[in-house]
Each structure stands twice: as structure tokens, then as C-alpha cells.
Design a protein around this ligand. Structure first.
Ligand code: ZN
Length: 512
């Protein structure tokens, strides 16, 4: 009797479990295949001028090569090639004569070598926007390059050189598109600014910041800012086979700390139980062993996966569309590779360690430098508190060399700037899905937070996995088609920005 009752209970439980399982699978599948995609359907505006003539293509390629040949290198905060920066200013005047002579445009040099342009639109009621790019580049020692990094040499349809992807492509792209539009008699409705900073690679304090101060003193407010950043990624995100456009809606913050231990020096024949080197080494080791907390889901990174959920291959699409269930698993998987780990948490990088003066002397001082890149949901103060609690050793002195909080998250979908960007990406790159993303590096646009709440970081280029390593790396290059497409992007963007409102969203759903 008792046995059969237990059997009945057992089979009821099994039935309930199976029903539950079926319901769960149904929910997962329904969400996966009916989740609205963030992609809006656009009708390409055929009246816009975007095509480039053969002669213009050649001009453009020459303009970029000439720009690459001027070595505008930022070596360190203190050292820049100012001769090259000055030469670059003269170069753009020569190559883009319409931009520098048009009655619609005002130009001025700020901070010695940065450039600010205002292009006057015909409708004063429309809030202006701003395009940013930077003219300085990181150093490029020629060893291991296939072509000299400042030669602008062309090989197999690619232009090689430091700055071809970061960021002279955008500098030349913006000015060249404006030059072409002016030549065709285009007069914009909406005013816009162009800012070309000269020290982005070393903070932007002398360039972008001076541009911001100037605009603030004039009471300027901006509809949106577009700067370099993320791009159209082709085969870069694991599990997505088609190209996807990521627009950076925020960028990580940063803290650079010096850790110092001071002890009395002495002879190595009678050492104390701990030296400054041992104490400091233990402290930095604790920082490395105890990673900052995984913050997945607290910043915009979850939004990105959800926007792209239907683009992931099976079975990842089910996971991405159901992060309400799978978020803990995904956040662990993302930790496994350095590039995705950087998305889910504040990263800790031990970058400098200095100690010791002689092999038989107990070292008086040991110092280490640690660089943290802050997840959008953490503040500088929170990171400093965690560091102190992790080190837990009063003999280790902390001093902040520099710091800034993560940038506020700019709106997507209903923002005019995001809408215009999304539309232009669709027009020019044949409709890849567009999703918001987090920039793990920093850009000049971080100085513009008081001028607008809509800052977007997107470089209009298609990047494959191997291209990503070329940025700040060896053999940086851009194809001739890519630089043409980039100019067409800005030509289209400037025209698309003359719109004054956002059409209502048309969200697609995929039928089951
Ligand atoms: Zn850059």
C-alpha cells in the first residue's frame, strides 16, 4: 500500500517535472524567436549624393597617404612631435581648399595644434552636432613592419601606416567628405562642428579639452557627438557569423595608482624578515589574485547581447535571448578571455615595478604602478576602497596618479544621434544589425559630457579579427574600398543629420 502510494507520488512529481521542462523550453524558444530585434527597417534615401567619381577616389587615397607620411607621434605626456603637428595643420589647408575658403565655415587652431571648424547650417532652430577625430598617433618603431610605418605605401589594395585605422582615416574622411559636399554645392540645414584633437593618445588635455572650453564659453549645446571607437565587427564576436555594427554608448573609467613601501636600508648579510620588495610583491600579488567583482548585468553590456540575440548561432541565440535565466552562466564564460573579461569587470593591470639598487643592499623603497579600467557601474572611490581592503597592509602607501569615472551611458533607440547613426550605418554598410556597446579604451569624446548627453563612439570601418591587433600594433592598414566607404559614410551622415525628428520605431519580430 505504502509502496504504491510512493510510486503514485513519484510519478506525479515526474509528470510535473516534465511539464515544467516543456514549459521552460517553450518559454526559451518563444523568447528566442519572437524577441523584437533592435534593427529598424530604413528606406534608403535615394536623393542623397554619396557616389564618388574615379577622380575623387584617387584624390582621397592620395590625401590619406600624405597624412600618414607626417609622423604626428605622441611619445608621452611631455613629448610630442610638434613639428609634425604644425606641418599637419598646413597639410590639411593645402589638401582641402574648399573647407578652408568656404563662407559657411569658420576655422580656428586651439591648444597650438588642434583644429575646430564650425559649419553654418541654414536652419538656426536645429541643435548642432559634432564630429571628432584625432591627428596624433602612437609611436611605431619600424622593426617588424612589412612596410615603413610612415611611408603611406600601397600594397595589394591596402594603404599601410600608423594612423590608417586610428585615427587619420577619420580625420581625412571627415574633411574629405566635407570638401566633396562643398564642391557639389551642398548647404547643410543643421550646423555642425568638427574637432580634430592633437593629443588624444596622451589624454586630450591640451586639445579636446581646449575645444570643449571654447564651445562652453560660447554657450554651445550639442544634439550629439560622434567620435572614433567601436566599428562594424566581422567575425570578431564569437558565435556571430555576420557583420554587426557596435556603437559605443559609454567608455570605461580609469584609475592609475602608485603603491610605495619605504623601509630602512641595510646590509644584505643581516636582512630583516621582510623587505620593501617582499611587502610590495605580496600586495600586488593579492590585487592580481583577487579580481574586481564581476559586474555583468549592471552596465550596458547585457543590452548589447540582448540586441544581438537573434544574430547568434544556435544554441547561443537561446542563451542570449534568455539572459533572465542564463546571465550567471554567461558572465562566467565571458571571464575566460581577456577581451571579454574587460567587458564584465574593472580590470587590474600591474604595469610598472621598481625596486632595489645593489645586490648586497636591502632596498629602501619599492614602488609599483597599477592601472585599473573601470566597469561602467563602478566609481573611482569604490575601486579605491576595494584596493585598500584587498591589500590590507598599512605599510603600503597608495597615491592616485590620475583617475576619472566611467562615462555616463548615452541613450540608444530614441535618441536623435543614435537614430541618425543607425540609419547611416544601414545605408552605407548594407544593413548590419546595430547594437549599443562599451568602449574599453578611451577617446577624446569623454571631455564633452557637459555639452550633450548623446556621445557615440563609432569608427565607420569594417574590422576583422586580425585588423583589431593592427590598431596600435604592427602593419596597421586600411583597404582602398574601406576608406572610400568611410568617406561615403560621412557624406551620408552629414545629409542624414539634416532631419529634424525621429520616425516612429518599427521593430521586427521573427515568427516562430
Ligand atoms: Zn584613437
Amino acid at each position: 500500500m505504502a509502496v504504491s502510494r510512493w510510486k503514485a507520488v513519484g510519478s506525479t512529481l515526474l509528470a510535473a517535472f516534465l511539464v515544467g521542462l516543456v514549459v521552460l523550453i517553450a518559454v526559451l524558444l518563444i523568447r528566442t524567436y519572437t524577441l523584437p530585434t533592435a534593427v529598424r527597417k530604413w528606406n534608403r534615401n535615394e536623393s542623397l549624393i554619396t557616389e564618388l567619381a574615379e577622380k575623387e577616389r584617387k584624390q582621397l587615397v592620395e590625401a590619406l597617404k600624405g597624412a600618414i607620411r607626417i609622423p604626428t607621434v605622441s611619445f608621452s605626456e611631455e613629448e610630442q612631435n610638434t613639428t609634425a603637428l604644425r606641418e599637419f595643420g598646413e597639410y590639411i589647408q593645402k589638401v582641402f581648399p574648399q573647407v578652408f575658403s568656404s563662407s559657411l565655415i569658420q576655422h580656428e587652431v586651439l591648444g597650438g595644434y588642434s583644429h575646430l571648424f564650425k559649419v553654418q547650417g541654414s536652419d538656426h532652430n536645429l541643435l548642432p552636432y559634432m564630429l571628432l577625430a584625432h591627428i596624433d598617433v602612437v609611436p611605431a618603431p619600424p622593426e617588424s613592419w612589412e612596410v615603413p610605418p610612415f611611408s603611406g605605401e600601397e600594397r595589394d589594395g591596402y594603404i599601410y601606416g600608423r594612423g590608417t585605422l586610428d585615427d587619420k582615416n577619420c580625420v581625412i574622411g571627415i574633411l574629405q567628405s566635407l570638401e566633396f559636399l562643398l564642391k557639389r554645392g551642398h548647404k547643410p540645414r543643421r550646423s555642425f562642428y568638427i574637432g580634430l584633437g592633437h593629443d588624444e593618445e596622451i589624454s586630450g588635455h591640451k586639445g579636446a579639452q581646449k575645444i570643449v572650453e571654447k564651445l562652453q564659453s560660447q554657450g554651445v549645446k550639442l544634439a550629439f557627438v560622434l567620435d572614433e571607437g567601436l566599428a562594424v565587427l566581422d567575425g570578431v564576436i564569437q558565435g556571430i557569423s555576420q557583420p554587426v555594427a557596435l556603437v559605443g554608448t559609454t567608455e570605461k573609467g580609469s584609475v592609475t595608482l602608485d603603491l610605495t613601501v619605504n623601509r630602512l636600508p641595510g646590509h644584505s648579510s643581516m636582512p630583516p624578515s621582510e623587505t620593501s620588495i617582499g611587502i610590495l610583491a605580496a600586495a600586488v600579488s593579492r590585487l592580481e589574485q583577487n579580481m574586481m567583482p564581476n559586474m555583468f548585468g549592471n552596465g550596458p553590456e547585457q543590452d548589447m547581447f540582448e540586441h544581438l540575440s537573434t544574430k547568434f548561432d544556435f544554441p547561443l541565440n537561446i542563451i542570449m535571448a534568455n539572459l533572465w535565466l542564463f546571465s550567471p552562466i554567461l558572465s562566467r564564460i565571458l571571464e575566460l578571455s581577456p577581451s571579454t573579461n574587460a567587458i564584465v569587470r574593472t580590470t587590474t593591470a600591474l604595469t610598472i615595478f621598481k625596486a632595489g639598487i645593489k645586490s648586497n643592499v636591502i632596498p629602501p623603497t619599492a614602488t609599483a604602478t597599477v592601472n585599473f579600467r573601470l566597469h561602467p557601474a563602478q566609481t573611482v572611490q569604490e575601486v579605491l576602497d576595494i584596493v585598500q581592503n584587498t591589500i590590507k597592509d598599512e605599510r603600503v602607501e597608495l597615491s592616485v596618479l590620475n583617475s576619472f569615472d566611467p562615462l555616463p551611458v548615452s541613450p540608444n533607440d530614441m535618441s536623435l544621434g543614435y537614430h541618425i547613426l543607425q540609419r547611416t550605418i544601414h545605408d552605407v554598410f548594407s544593413g548590419p544589425p546595430v547594437a549599443p556597446g562599451v568602449c574599453v579604451g578611451n577617446t577624446d569624446s569623454r571631455h564633452f559630457v557637459n555639452l550633450t548627453n548623446s556621445i557615440y563612439r563609432f569608427s565607420p570601418v569594417v574590422l576583422k579579427k586580425e585588423d583589431v591587433d593592427r590598431i596600435h600594433g604592427l602593419n596597421e592598414r586600411i583597404s582602398k574600398e574601406a576608406i572610400e566607404l568611410l568617406v561615403q559614410f560621412y557624406i551620408q551622415l552629414i545629409q542624414n543629420s539634416d532631419t529634424d525628428n525621429i520616425p516612429p520605431p518599427h521593430l521586427d519580430t521573427h515568427e516562430l
